[in-house]
Design a protein around this ligand. Sequence first.
Ligand code: ASP
Ligand code: MG
Length: 804
Amino acid sequence: MKILKFGGSSLSNDNGLKNAIEIIENKSKNESIAVVVSARGNSTDTLENMLTKASRGQNYSHDLSVFKRYQLAPEISLDLFHEFELLKNTLEAVRTLKDYSPSVKDLVLAQGEILSVKMVTALLKKRGIHAIEVHAKELLVTENKDGIHTVDEQQSLAKTQSYFKKIAPNTITIITGFIAADRSGQITTLGRNGSNYSASLIAQFIGAEEVLSYTNVNGIFTANPAQVDDATSIPNLSYQEAHELANFGASILHEKTIAPLAQAAIPLRILNTFNPEFNGTTVSSRAHQNGVKSISVQNQVSLIHITGAGLLGKVGIDARIFNTLQNLNVSIGIISQGSSERGVSFIVAKEDASKSIVALEDTFKYELAHHDIDQISADEHIGVITIIGQNLNEFHNPLKSLAQNNIEILLINNTSNGNNISLVVQSKDIDKAVHLIHAQIFGISKKINVAIFGKGTVGGSLIDQIVRSQKKIEKRKGILLNIFAIAGSSQLLLDKNGAPSEWRTAFKKAPENFSNVDAVIQFAQQNHLENLVAIDNTASDGFTEKYTTLIENGFDLISSNKLANTKSFEFYNDLRSTLQQYSKNYLYETNVGAGLPLIDTIKLLHDSGENITRIKGIFSGSLSFLFNQFSERDESFSTILQEAINLGYTEPDPREDLCGNDVARKLLILARELDLENEFEDIEIQNLVPEILQDLNQTDFLDHLDQFDTEYEKIKSQQSENHVLRYVGDLYGDLQQSTGKLKVELVSASKFSALGQVSGSDSIIEIYTESYGDRPIVIQGAGAGAEVTARGVFGDLMRIADKK
Ligand code: ASP
Ligand code: MG
């Protein structure tokens, strides 16, 4: 004989009922079965709520009529008069008395299973199947131990066996789960989620072959699938592992379910009513080869703290805590105590918290009055995450990733046999923490949640590049780059599942006149997004003011925007302190020389103690082009400038390039990498724009480019032989001091020197160091352009992702 058990969710709607009936029908064709059912859907909760309302004198009649309607099925006639009358009368009596006894509660809650059995039996009969209703008070007997119903196994065994002996063959019994009776025949219950336990007991008593427990999910998962998308169903569990899971809140398993099955070596299969072909999870004596890991969460708990300096070294405090709670029948979960004993914290069920505090305050009234104990308080906004099958020695990566995501662990506890770890965290962090731990211990791709600010040429190219290589990176490196936010200047696209490849179309439809950093932060919080990175591809000064807020809210930063690094040294320093305080990264490789690995190289040299003595180079791609062409060709300066404008090599107003500020900023950024405390104002900048053109508006300026020609012709012709013009940034002086010298100027260089041989729009940077002497490290290549800049930003993103 096999026992089939259907949980409440399996029977909650027409579709579930239909599937359940079909499963019963199919199974009964080939083997003999007995069926145990739970109350349908949330019936037990509803009954409990009505009881609470009634006991407070509140009106429950609307709830009752909704409940009644739910228990009826349109296509069958059910006689539920007796149950409905009982509920009505009992609830009314409770409302009058404003109180109820535990046995009244049992009686009311039991109606859920009784009604469910009636419905299932009637539906089977309608199909011509020979099914009978069985009230489990005929099978299971409980005795009262300290106010808790405990199953009397001897009597229950005898009753169940004799009952089944009388059942005619080919009859399918439909049995109420959850319910039993005490010795006097009064209805009792086995505790919430108790139907599984009923099924196990009956299976044990009649020596069933197997228990098939039908739920609404594909078995037991590595984590709650409603919480973690990547959670997978675990095919095999040992009794012991399943028992651990049950203890730590896997609601599929009542904590007592496993013992009877383990005793009789009866396998338990957890199956899905809505996907009956799926194998689900089998619990048996056969253990999983590599051991099983699973994450469970307990929400209905409180953390009680007893704190006070006077606890130091006192003997007997713990014993008094335990005694007090034992008298209340309250069990203590995780407990932690500092070695200095300045405080004791422990977990109890949420419903037990307030009475525990009242009792503890009484126990410790002397210590409270003498301020040996400051206070006894409870924190309700917490949860316990338990990782079953996890050894603490192999848990450093999850811990690191929790820390990186600013998740504070209030308590940590591991069992001495090394099999389980429990963490107490704040409720707001639970979701994120479960995701991070799950990704770490199952080696599933870690998700990096990226917000991109600015979707112009660089930002746009970056998004394209990421979208294009996302899949490959996930496969190759196990890193999933998820762009959850794209912010333009007046529009914001948010999607926790990431930007689609057609992101431009999606962006057009994003709400208008709405784009701000706070909305992005809020979205990340609401969706519990982990591993946050913000990328600034704007050229906005205002946006840099938001960096601190982003860091404080858990974001690492990347920017192609140079402004944050070239404002006052004070701003620069404050930003670094904030980064350090929150253990966050800020990368900006593209601030100088676009994608060229320049900052990274300089940082590495500097950090490894190498004395950098000078940095000199051509930092601007547009000015590189301009002077390379001008030096080589026999054309006027304005002709070449016009060409550069037409090719899009300059800013719309070329004076922004020609004034030298951009080169100066890059030089300043490098100086600050060397810990020099220079300010922008310290830089000597040669403005390449003749004075008469400096104050014109853009159109007038563009109309008078020929004003450059006489002067530049003269400069060009006055050079020595084989010399060319180059616009150069130079950082020199004694760089071991707190400031260096920074100069940006037009120079005449030998055609055969490193600077002189540059062509196209390349950048070149020479890094002089003590060890390398007069042979500098030279980095040269395309130092501008949206694609290469985006590539450089992408590189920064991968550097951060690798650290997670
Ligand atoms: N109906 C009961 C409850 O909801 C028992 C069960 O479903 O297992 O707790
Ligand atoms: Mg660079």
